[in-house]
Design a protein around this ligand. Structure first.
Ligand code: TK8
Length: 361
């Protein structure tokens, strides 16, 4: 009898202990599932935070803080930081602090910088087709340039940048380029003879100035002022906004309204950085680059007349190029354009000219 009782007590104890440990298991399993849930939630939050950790755009340009290009960059910064609620911050660097157009474009390809806004000319070293934008006398006015650049063929050229690990988000405006020099007035093609002219690092520019009889030297913008100051070059060519705001009148005496090239800027972003953004962030930076670009174009155009007057007030001799003299320059340069049409591809060149005709109607 005693044995049966003992067995019953032991059995009862086993059942009670099992239930407890079961509860414990349930409790622990509940705990572990709670812990798992918390862990998962924490990881998801972490991942979410990780995907939304603050990203920083290092944006460098070559021109100084007085230029509309920098004011446009500040507008881009304002839009992006506001629309991402600070998830993307923009650091702005002017005056070539991070390098020149080519070296900053290379930095985007390497991921050591996120944004730069070069002229199209040096981009021809990355995508040869970009030389089309530096065909002298291509665009008749800013409105036609806007229509072509912001249209189908402009987008086709932006798309070509992706193979270079770059994303082109928008076209901004550098402007119609005019010639300055320290030697003498330039009123006709013959006046280019022997002038040592700095050009952007673009073979078409070099060949066009050689055809006019000048002695061109390719050079980064960051070296230009010193080269003019030291007489390494006699002259250069840039829009009047740059000539005035970069104080070229301190080292140049003559300016001619050659208007020989309409120069766009391209708002570039490194492709790896762009791909790291969320879809919403990609839309925000794209739309901000376009909106800030329209603002920059407006600022750039508003002051052109004023800049010409200011340059004369600073002592520069301003020479108007007559239509006949300009036509003579066009005729002299034409064989160079025929050569580059072959290099770039006749179809693409024709597509640009057709877009210009369409926009000019
Ligand atoms: C500034 C340059 C400049 C360009 C040149 O980074 O190199 O002369 O016209 O505006 O892009």
């Amino acid at each position: 009898m005693k044995k049966i009782l003992m067995f019953a007590v032991v059995a009862l104890m086993i059942i009670i202990l099992g239930a407890c440990s079961g509860e414990g298991d349930e409790t622990s399993s509940d705990n572990s599932s709670d812990n798992n849930a918390e862990a998962t939630e924490g990881a998801e939050e972490g991942a979410e935070e990780a995907s939304e950790e603050t990203k920083t755009i290092r944006a460098g340009i070559g021109l100084n803080e007085d230029h509309p290009q920098y004011k446009g960059l500040l507008k881009f910064k304002e839009i992006v930081e506001e629309k991402t609620d600070g998830a993307i911050l923009v650091e702005t660097y002017a005056s070539g602090q991070l390098g020149d157009d080519r070296t900053m474009t290379e930095a985007l390809q390497l991921g050591s910088q996120e944004v730069t806004i070069p002229s199209t000319a040096p981009l021809a070293n990355f995508v040869p087709e970009y030389s089309i934008f530096d065909f002298p006398f291509l665009f008749p006015d800013e409105e036609t340039a806007d229509a072509v650049l912001d249209g189908e063929v402009g987008q086709k050229l932006l798309d070509m940048l992706e193979d270079q690990n770059l994303v082109g988000l928008a076209y901004w405006e550098n402007g119609f380029r005019d010639l300055t020099n320290s030697q003498h007035e330039v009123a006709t093609a013959a006046d280019f003879e022997g002038l040592k002219i700095r050009t952007m690092e673009n073979d078409l520019h070099l060949d066009a100035f050689r055809a006019l009889g000048a002695n061109p030297t390719p050079m980064a913008f960051t070296e230009l002022f010193t080269a003019m100051q030291q007489g390494t070059v006699d002259g250069q060519e840039n829009p009047v906004a740059t000539i005035y705001l970069e104080k070229f009148y301190e080292v140049q005496d003559y300016v001619s309204n050659t208007h020989h090239v309409y120069s766009p800027f391209v708002f570039l972003m490194g492709k790896e950085f762009y791909d790291s953004l969320t879809d919403e962030q990609q839309t925000i930076v794209r739309e901000a680059a376009v909106e800030a670009g329209k603002y920059e174009r407006k600022l750039n155009r508003e002051a052109n007349e004023k800049y010409v007057e200011e340059l004369q007030n600073e002592g520069m001799t301003y020479t108007e190029i007559t239509p006949e003299a300009r036509q003579e320059m066009v005729d002299i340069i034409q064989p160079v354009l025929d050569d580059y049409t072959e290099k770039i591809g006749e179809d693409l060149v024709q597509e640009v000219y057709d877009a210009i005709d369409e926009a000019s109607k």
